[in-house]
Design a protein around this ligand. Structure first.
Ligand code: HEM
Length: 238
């Protein structure tokens, strides 16, 4: 029997008024998801990010015309483009957040970064299957001898620990400063991604140049924030 059931309840005047529960130590109280526009829009962003993959899957299964005259090339190039675009979008989040003052933008960053990794892995899969027919010796030879493959491969290898440690659990385990240091790898990764594209094109460098210009703007903005002279803090009154 429940012992509490035998104790009479205190008179109403002595009862404590119900107090709102404090948030868990160190964590801000969470807004209910249905009142949180970012939480509501995340499934839409997820669906939008999957559209290129859905198009490829639909093309393979039902409508090969969707994939053009050379489906293998279409998929390989398309996934490479999306990997780079998502990488640059991920890098754009912090500057956009700063410029617009819309702090909630940061909550899309993890998903955008994971999409970059996802399309990068599918892109590698296309190369392994369509270009190299799973010939490991050929692949290793390419990585060692063809600079654009070397840098593309390096970019994807470096993206892997970022994808693995992108969860809140890993941020807690590693601690904020170490996690931030590791995730600064995104800068060399983006440089390698653009170099990879630049080195593989034979004639028209318009697109690699556009991506390169976007990357320079994003990195330049960060460098400017770090290096600009800051207004001296007012001396504290003792
Ligand atoms: C394992 C690493 C990678 C390999 C082996 C690889 C291989 C390739 C190959 C063979 C092509 C087609 C080249 C041609 O047809 O001339 C290509 C294109 C491309 N890759 Fe990669 N890649 C890798 C990683 C990446 C990564 C990490 C990114 C982005 C961050 C990326 C972005 C691109 C882009 C943008 C293109 C050009 C697509 C187009 O022509 O529209 N690749 N890659």
């Amino acid at each position: 029997m429940d012992p509490a059931a035998t104790v009479p309840a205190p008179p109403a005047t002595l009862r404590q008024p119900a107090r709102p529960r404090p948030a868990a130590a160190g964590r801000p109280a969470k807004a209910a998801w249905w009142r949180d526009p970012i939480a509501l829009s995340k499934p839409l962003v997820l669906a939008a990010g999957l559209v290129p993959m859905a198009r490829i899957a639909w093309g393979i299964l039902f409508d090969p015309d969707l994939l053009g005259a050379n489906p293998a090339e279409f998929i390989e190039h398309g996934t490479g483009d999306w990997a780079l675009q998502f990488l640059l979008l991920t890098l754009a989040v912090s500057p956009l957040r700063r410029l617009t003052g819309w702090n909630g933008l940061i909550r899309y960053r993890r998903m955008l970064g994971l999409f970059a990794f996802f399309y990068g892995v599918v892109h590698l899969g296309c190369y392994v299957a369509f270009d190299k027919y799973f010939d490991l010796g050929e692949i290793v030879h390419d990585i060692a001898k063809r600079p654009y493959i070397t840098v593309g491969f390096a970019a994807l290898v470096l993206m892997t620990p970022l994808a693995v440690t992108s969860t809140k659990g890993w941020i807690r385990r590693m601690g904020g400063p170490a996690w931030n240091r590791l995730h600064q790898l995104i800068y060399p990764i983006a440089v390698l991604g653009v170099l990879h594209y630049w080195w593989l094109v034979k004639r028209d460098i318009t697109w690699p140049a556009i991506y390169g210009a976007i990357l320079i703007a994003l990195l330049g903005y960060r460098a400017w924030l770090r290096l600009r002279p800051r207004p001296a803090r007012r001396a504290r009154v003792a």
